[in-house]
Design a protein around this ligand. Structure first.
Ligand SMILES: [Zn+2]
Ligand SMILES: [Zn+2]
Length: 590
C-alpha cells in the first residue's frame, strides 16, 4: 500500500487523518483520472466508470433499461481484445453492446476522464453513499433503503448502524446480511491501513501471541498504539534483536508474509493474516530505551524534552526523563503539553476498577440486543453495583424509541427486577433525543420522573457552530438534563464532529450541574479527551459510559478509561466512580 507512505504520523493532526482517510476511500472507489492529458483511460477504467454510472442510476431509480445497457457495455468492454483509446470515434458503435449513447459516454471518458451523466449522478449523491456502492453484499437497491430509510451516508455510519443492530428492522435484511456487510466494511477499512485503537490493539495482541510461540522474547508496542491514541495510522513494534534473527522468527510464523527488511530505516515490514501491515523496528544501532522513547513520540513531546541531548549509558526511560529534569511521564500522557503532563500524579488517574456502575445502556426495550434482565445480570456479574438503563426516547423511531405508555411498562419491569436482584440496582434513565430546537423529547412532567436523563443529539448533525452550540446549551439548561451524551456526534474514521464552542458548552455544564459523558464506544470516544482538562478545571465531572447495545458492549468501558487517562482524568472527577448508595443520594438531591 504505497499511499500509506504519504501519511507519516508526526506530520498530521487527527483531522487531516480523517480527510486523508476519506480521500483514500474516494480515490480507491472512484479512480477516475482528473486530467485527460496524463494518460488515456484503459478499458478497465472505462468499464468501471460505466458500472459506477449504472449503480448510481439504479440507486436513483433510473429506467431499468438504461441501467442494463450500461452494465452490459461494461461487461463487453472487459472482454474486448483491443484498447478503446486506440479506436476512431466512428468505430465504437460497431462494437457489441455499445449503442450511440454509450459511445458518446466513452468518447467523453477518453477526452475528459468523465461524462456528463456520471458527473450529474456524482453531484446529486453524497460521496460516502458513492463509496458504499463498493461494499460487498450491498447492491444499489439495498443501499437505497439504507440511505433513504436510515439516513446512512457513509461506510462508517453503516458500520455503526450494524453494531447497533439497526439493519435487521429493514425489509430484506436479516442478521446474516447485517453481519456480512459489517465484515465487508471492516475488511475494507483495515485495508486502508488506518485503524481504530480497539482494532489495532486486538490485531497486535493476536500477532504477539503467535510471535511468543516461536521466540523467547516479546517485542514492545511503540508509536500511537503505545500512546493509546483513538486512531492508529500504523502498527509498530520494537525488538531488541538482530535483523537476521528476527527474520528467522517471522518466517516461522504461518500467518506472516511479505517480509521486507528496510536496512536504512532499521526496521522490518510484513503482512499479518494477509491484510494487516505491521512494522517491527530494531534497536541495533542505538540504545533500546532511547529508541523506545523516540519511536513512542510524539515529535512535539520529544522536542519539548530536548531529547536530542541525551547522553549514553542510559538504561531506562525513567533515567532519560530524569536526565532532562522531569519525572517519568506515562506514554498515554505524552500528547499533553509537557509541563501539564509532568504535573499529573499517575496514581490519581482513573482505572477501570474505579467504575462502580454502568450508565447509558440500551436493552430490547429500544434497539439493544439483550433484555433488561440480561443486561442487569451481566452488569452484576462484572462486579458492578448498578445499571442506569437509558433506552431511546420516542422521536428516535429508527431505534425503537419508547412511547410514554411503554415507559410505564418498563418502569414496572425495573421495579420487579430490583426486588429480585437487590442489592444490585437498576435506575430509570432515558437517552432523550435533543430535538433540532434544543428541546427534549417528552413533556416536562414525564422527564421529571426519570432518575437520570442523558440528552443526546441523533439528528440534524449539519448545523454551524453557533446553532449547534445554542441547541446544546438549551438542552443543558433544561432542568431535567443531568448528563450530555456523545457531545460532538463524531464517528471516528467516518463522520467528523459537528463544530462546537467547547468553552461555552463546558461553562453551561458547570452552571447547570450537568455531567459530561465520555462515550466509550471505540468509534465515538466522545467527548474528545483533549477537552478533559477544560472540564476538570471547571469542576465538570465526566462519566465513562459504554452506550452498550448488548452485553459485550460493557467491555468498551476499557477504551473509555484508556482515553480518559490520556486527558488526565482523575478518579475524583469520574462520575460513575460513585457507589450505588452515593449515586442514589446524588440523584435524589440533584
Ligand atoms: Zn446516542
Ligand atoms: Zn445510546
Amino acid at each position: 500500500m504505497p499511499q500509506q507512505k504519504l501519511i507519516h504520523p508526526s506530520l498530521l493532526t487527527l483531522h487531516s487523518y480523517l480527510d486523508t482517510f476519506n480521500f483514500l476511500l474516494l480515490t480507491q472507489f472512484q479512480s477516475i483520472p482528473s486530467s485527460p492529458y496524463l494518460y488515456a483511460m484503459t478499458n478497465k477504467e472505462i468499464s468501471r466508470a460505466l458500472r459506477l454510472a449504472a449503480g448510481l442510476s439504479e440507486l436513483h431509480d433510473a429506467n431499468p433499461f438504461k441501467v442494463r445497457s450500461l452494465n452490459n457495455a461494461a461487461f463487453q468492454i472487459d472482454r474486448l481484445g483491443v484498447q478503446l483509446s486506440t479506436l476512431q470515434p466512428g468505430e465504437l458503435t460497431a462494437l457489441p453492446g455499445i449503442g450511440k449513447g454509450i459511445a458518446s459516454d466513452i468518447a467523453q471518458l477518453l477526452n475528459h476522464g468523465s461524462f456528463n451523466e456520471l458527473d450529474e449522478l456524482l453531484r446529486i449523491t453524497p460521496a460516502g453513499v458513492v463509496s458504499m456502492l463498493e461494499i460487498k453484499g450491498l447492491g444499489p437497491k439495498k443501499l437505497s433503503q439504507l440511505w433513504h430509510s436510515l439516513g446512512i451516508e457513509s461506510p462508517g455510519e453503516l458500520l455503526y448502524a450494524c453494531s447497533e443492530n439497526r439493519l435487521v428492522s429493514l425489509p430484506g435484511f436479516g442478521t446474516r446480511t447485517q453481519e456480512k456487510i459489517k465484515e465487508a466494511i471492516e475488511y475494507k477499512m483495515a485495508n486502508q491501513g488506518i485503524l481504530l485503537y480497539a482494532d489495532a490493539e486486538f490485531i497486535v495482541s493476536e500477532f504477539i501471541g503467535e510471535f511468543e510461540k516461536i521466540a523467547n522474547y516479546t517485542p514492545v508496542v511503540v508509536s500511537e498504539l503505545r500512546r493509546k491514541m483513538e486512531i492508529i495510522p500504523s502498527m509498530e513494534l520494537l525488538a531488541d534483536d538482530s535483523s537476521d534473527n528476527l527474520i528467522e522468527i517471522l518466517k516461522k510464523i504461518e500467518t506472516v508474509d511479505g517480509i521486507d527488511f528496510k536496512e536504512e530505516e532499521d526496521c522490518i515490514e510484513f503482512r499479518f493474516r494477509e491484510q494487516y501491515e505491521i512494522t517491527i523496528h530494531l534497536a541495533q544501532n542505538e540504545g533500546f530505551e532511547e529508541r523506545l522513547m523516540l519511536l513512542t513520540g510524539p515529535a512535539e513531546h520529544l522536542e519539548e524534552l530536548g531529547l536530542a541531548s541525551a547522553g549514553n549509558g542510559i538504561n531506562t526511560e525513567e533515567e532519560l526523563y530524569a536526565e532532562m529534569g522531569y519525572p517519568f511521564i506515562l506514554p498515554e500522557l505524552r500528547d499533553l503539553p509537557l509541563e501539564q503532563a509532568a504535573a499529573i500524579d499517575a496514581d490519581s488517574l482513573v482505572k477501570l476498577s474505579d467504575i462502580k456502575g454502568t450508565i447509558h445502556n440500551h436493552s430490547t426495550w429500544s434497539d439493544g440486543a439483550n433484555t433488561l434482565e440480561e443486561m442487569a445480570v451481566a452488569a452484576r456479574d462484572l462486579g458492578l453495583e448498578y445499571l442506569i438503563i437509558c433506552d431511546h426516547s420516542r422521536t428516535a423511531v429508527y431505534a425503537g424509541g419508547l412511547s410514554i405508555g411503554q415507559l410505564q411498562e418498563q418502569w414496572e419491569e425495573i421495579d420487579r427486577l430490583n426486588s429480585k436482584l437487590a442489592p444490585f440496582h437498576i435506575f430509570k434513565g432515558i437517552e432523550s433525543d435533543i430535538l433540532s430546537d434544543g428541546s427534549l423529547d417528552y413533556p416536562d412532567d414525564v422527564l421529571a420522573k426519570f432518575d437520570l436523563v442523558v440528552a443526546s443529539v441523533h439528528s440534524v448533525l449539519n448545523m454551524d457552530e453557533e446553532r449547534a452550540t445554542a441547541r446544546l446549551i438549551k438542552a443543558i439548561e433544561h432542568p431535567a438534563t443531568k448528563m450530555l451524551g456523545h457531545l460532538s456526534g463524531r464517528l471516528l474514521l467516518s463522520r467528523k464532529a459537528y463544530p462546537l464552542d467547547y468553552r461555552k458548552i463546558i461553562d453551561a455544564c458547570k452552571a447547570n450541574h450537568v455531567i459530561m459523558e465520555l462515550n466509550a464506544n471505540p468509534r465515538r470516544l466522545d467527548i474528545d479527551w483533549r477537552y478533559i482538562p477544560m472540564c476538570m478545571e471547571n469542576g465538570v465531572k465526566i462519566s465513562v459510559n459504554p452506550d452498550a447495545h448488548r452485553i459485550e458492549g460493557y467491555h468498551d468501558m476499557r477504551y473509555g478509561i484508556e482515553v480518559a487517562r490520556k486527558g488526565g482524568l482523575t478518579t475524583e472527577f469520574l462520575f460513575n466512580s460513585a457507589s450505588r448508595d452515593e449515586i442514589q443520594k446524588l440523584l435524589k438531591n440533584w
